[in-house]
Design a protein around this ligand. Structure first.
Ligand SMILES: NC(=O)c1ccc[n+]([C@@H]2O[C@H](COP(=O)([O-])OP(=O)(O)OC[C@H]3O[C@@H](n4cnc5c(N)ncnc54)[C@H](OP(=O)(O)O)[C@@H]3O)[C@@H](O)[C@H]2O)c1
Length: 327
């Protein structure tokens, strides 16, 4: 089968289209014929080995010391089940599925084996494989962290970085939970964020969200570009600050939780189960959540796709058609 392989960390052109062995599903696995995958921030970081200094050693242990242990990147996909292992109960040949493959990677390939009890679900019937491939990481992350913040009907939520993958889902899912949502984005993305249902939008190139009179029950920092102090100023007492990028609290964050009655929810991985994908499937099929796709690339344009995402300004998601035919 064809796959995008990388044998060393580096710039986008370390990614090469190669012929590799087709995988065989184990007894508890399904074999998926991949129709579409995506380029996420996590793919960019894993390819280039861009990690904070404090995480260099654990990341090297996970990803590989001399070079990548898992040489096929790709952390989300949609496709069709080609065959199933003998113990598989939930899926059958021909099922259309979408999945995350965060720990094992491997979605930049024509075929991928996935355990049936992982983050894997039947694809929403109302959208294409290309759209479905862009749900598992961004939407699952948004839903996981909003639930962690115990989001409630009528609360005021600020989403900082509302035009990115996680941000665009966070706006819509917070609206689904009945929140009043303010999205912070740049001028070019104001219309997009409004179209996702935000009640209010703030253009960060024109206005500082922390200098208005507005205060929030939840601040969802989706791109880690605002300062914690600025967020604190407009976070209500008892409110929750979510940061999906910072896994460890700074001294200021620790002090805040001890003294101010404001809560912190910091970065961690969402559980590797299918529950959230099943829930998101319903939200998509009932029109509550739309998938924002910025650009589509063909499989052999993966280097260009990585170059684009690396700039840090994608709107929503960037999708790769693994099959030549548009899916
Ligand atoms: N903890 C987890 O489980 C988890 C899961 C997924 C992602 N993440 C992390 O979450 C972060 C976001 O991921 P993503 O895929 O959603 O990112 P993304 O789609 O690449 O974010 C790009 C967006 O950020 C906006 N942006 C750039 N600079 C900005 C600024 N100064 N202020 C406001 N918006 C700005 C860009 O719009 P403009 O350029 O127009 O401003 C663009 O729309 C990444 O750090 C990723 O590693 C964590």
């Amino acid at each position: 089968m064809k796959a995008i392989v990388y044998t060393k960390y580096g710039p986008p052109d370390v990614l090469q289209l190669r012929e590799v062995e087709k995988p065989i599903p184990k007894e508890n696995e399904i074999l998926v014929k991949v129709k579409a995958t995506t380029v996420t921030v996590a793919d960019i970081r894993s390819r280039s080995f861009t990690v904070p200094k404090a995480f260099w050693l654990p990341a090297r242990i996970t990803l590989g010391f001399r070079g990548p242990k898992k040489q096929i990147l790709g952390m989300e996909l949609a496709g069709v089940v080609e065959s199933v292992g003998k113990d598989v109960k939930r899926f059958k040949e021909g099922d259309q599925v979408f999945a995350a493959s965060l720990s094992d990677f491997g979605a930049y390939a024509e075929y991928k084996c996935l355990p049936e009890d992982g983050p894997l679900s039947i694809k929403p019937s109302t959208i294409t494989h290309a759209e479905a491939a862009a749900i598992p990481i961004g939407a699952r992350t948004a839903l996981f962290f909003l639930r962690k913040a115990n989001i409630q009907n009528g609360q005021k939520v600020l989403v900082y970085g509302a035009s990115g993958s996680v941000g665009s889902y966070a706006v819509q899912i917070a609206k689904y939970f009945g929140a009043h949502v303010t999205g912070v984005c740049s001028t070019t993305n104001l219309d997009l964020v409004k179209s996702l249902g935000a009640d209010k939008v703030i253009d960060y190139t024109e206005e500082d969200f922390s200098t208005t009179d507005e205060t929030y029950d939840v601040i969802f920092e989706a791109v880690n570009k605002s300062s914690f102090s600025a967020c604190l100023k407009v976070l209500k007492k008892g409110g929750t600050y979510i940061n999906i990028t910072e896994p460890l609290p700074s001294p200021q964050m620790l002090w805040t939780t001890l003294t101010s009655g404001k809560k912190l929810v910091l970065s961690r991985n969402a559980p590797e189960t299918s529950e959230t994908l099943d829930f998101l499937k319903e939200l998509v099929e009932t029109g509550k959540v739309k998938v924002v796709i910025d650009r589509y690339y063909e499989f052999d344009e993966i280097v260009e796709a990585h170059q684009y995402v690396e700039k840090g300004h994608k709107r929503g998601n960037v999708v790769i058609h693994v099959e030549k035919e548009r899916s």
